[in-house]
Write a protein that binds this ligand. Structure first.
Ligand code: B12
Ligand code: SF4
Length: 382
């Protein structure tokens, strides 16, 4: 069977990085099936174009993954694909919370033949086998023999063959410039941001975030060796093909277990596996000078920090009072002193925000070292 894994575009921005789920499920697909990937952010298509592609490539199953923000588009694409007679299975954070919506059990139209709930590492091979036999079930849930949810341990972790995949659609250098830059021999003819996970789960349970609910509060890590091997393979591939490769450790809180993060960073340095990297780390964990030294030595360039608010009352209200606005400036200066910069993320519209909050937040940001502040509106996800 030929399978297409499709991630819809968000209609606003061109994502700077492909989604890990597609590469992971491709790697976990049982032998004998071929998997094609399309990310709408990198390769935009409307319904007609996607259906034409599916017919031309003789696709027998389409898997769609989406966050809430992209779900309306995901459903429209799914409807067109199903109307063309190809079954659709959907997964990811949105349909996990409201599977009845995707399956049309809430009184609305049906969009998917099957839904994969939660982490699909273990259910995906079964979904493929059932689809190949024409016997898709409606719901696939990762349960153990007693009916309890089973989370993948991440040990062992599948080897994603980045070096053997066609990553052309995810190149950050616009196509017309690639040949010119390649001819110049600058090594910047091709630039990729690669998503890597070193662990899953976060126990903090901030009220606005779906991560603790989805991945659970039990944290799981890959072995250091498995992460280092992945980096070394990527580094070799980048050198051989004269590409620039950067890594985004997509863990929700890369330093949630500081001891383990330090040991991973030490192993990366010892193996000379450094590639420029970005990760998400909460401000409270960046008090640790040794951790910040290791981030710099392992080539950490940008740290995404969920500041959320400069108001402690707001933070307490959303269960994130481990964030201390009074120490934000010190944390950012500690990073900047080592040439590491921060993507500082804020939520606007928290319950205690009052008139003038944006102005106050901007004034505070202006007192910090340069970085990339980003702002989102408080959004109730299902
Ligand atoms: C990296 C990341 C980003 C990256 C970009 C995404 C990318 N290219 O990877 C950046 C930083 C840009 C980003 C931005 C945003 N993100 Co984000 N992001 C993440 C993060 C941290 C990791 C995603 C990941 O790769 N996880 C690891 C993989 C393995 O897990 P997974 O994607 O869930 O896939 C598994 C299952 O869901 C399932 N599955 C998934 N898809 C499919 C499809 C099929 C067919 C099947 C069978 C199974 C399946 O199988 C996989 C393996 O088990 C998650 C949190 C998290 N830990 O997942 C938030 C998360 C996905 N983001 C979230 C949000 C809200 C956003 C933003 C809207 C924030 C904002 N206000 O702007 C933007 C929107 C981006 C956009 N495209 O428009 C929310 C989504 C909640 C929801 N219900 O929609 C999450 C869950 C975090 C949270 N705070 O709750 N994000
Ligand atoms: S620390 Fe980050 S990932 Fe963890 S629950 Fe809070 S916002 Fe979500």
């Amino acid at each position: 069977m030929r399978i297409l894994l499709y991630n819809p575009d968000n209609g606003v921005t061109r994502n700077f990085m492909p989604h890990l789920w597609m590469f992971l499920l491709k790697t976990l697909t049982p032998a004998g099936h071929e998997v094609l990937l399309i990310d709408g952010n990198a390769r935009p298509m409307d319904e007609t174009q996607l259906v034409r592609f599916i017919r031309k490539e003789k696709i027998g199953l389409v898997g769609i993954g989406a966050m809430t923000r992209m779900i309306a588009r995901a459903y429209r694409m799914a409807d067109a694909i199903r109307a063309a007679g190809v079954p659709v299975v959907m997964g990811g954070p949105h349909v996990t919370e409201v599977p009845e919506e995707a399956l049309g059990h809430d009184g609305g139209p049906r969009h998917a033949d099957a839904v994969a709930l939660g982490e699909a590492d273990q259910t995906w091979p079964q979904i493929v086998l059932d689809a190949a036999r024409g016997q898709l079930k409606e719901i696939y849930a990762p349960l153990d023999e007693t009916g309890k949810e089973r989370k993948p341990s991440l040990q062992p972790y599948p080897e994603i063959a980045w070096d053997k995949m066609d990553l052309d659609q995810f190149d950050l250098v616009p196509k017309p410039f690639r040949p010119i830059l390649r001819r110049q021999g600058s090594g910047w003819g091709s630039v990729h941001m690669i998503p890597i996970e070193s662990g899953r789960g976060c126990p903090y349970g901030c009220e606005f975030c779906t991560v603790t609910g989805f991945f659970g509060d039990s944290i799981r890590f890959r072995t250091n060796e498995s992460v280092v091997d992945e980096l070394l393979r990527l580094k070799r591939h980048a050198r051989k093909n004269r590409k620039q490769v950067m890594v985004f450790f997509i863990d929700d809180n890369f330093a949630i277990n500081i001891k383990r993060t330090k040991s991973l960073l030490r192993d990366i340095i010892a193996a000379n596996a450094q590639l420029p990297w970005i990760a998400q780390i909460s401000a409270n964990l960046l008090r640790d000078e040794e951790l910040v030294d290791l981030i710099a030595a392992s080539d950490g360039k940008w740290i995404f920090i969920g500041m959320e608010s400069i108001d402690s009352v707001n933070l307490a209200d959303v269960n994130k009072n481990f964030n201390k606005p009074s120490e934000y400036s010190a944390v950012l200066n500690r990073l900047a002193a080592r040439g590491i910069y921060a993507i500082t993320s804020f939520i606007v519209g928290l319950d205690n925000d009052t008139v003038g909050v944006a102005e106050r937040t901007l004034r505070e940001i202006e007192s910090w070292p340069p970085g990339l502040p980003i702002f989102g509106q408080l959004t109730p996800f299902p």
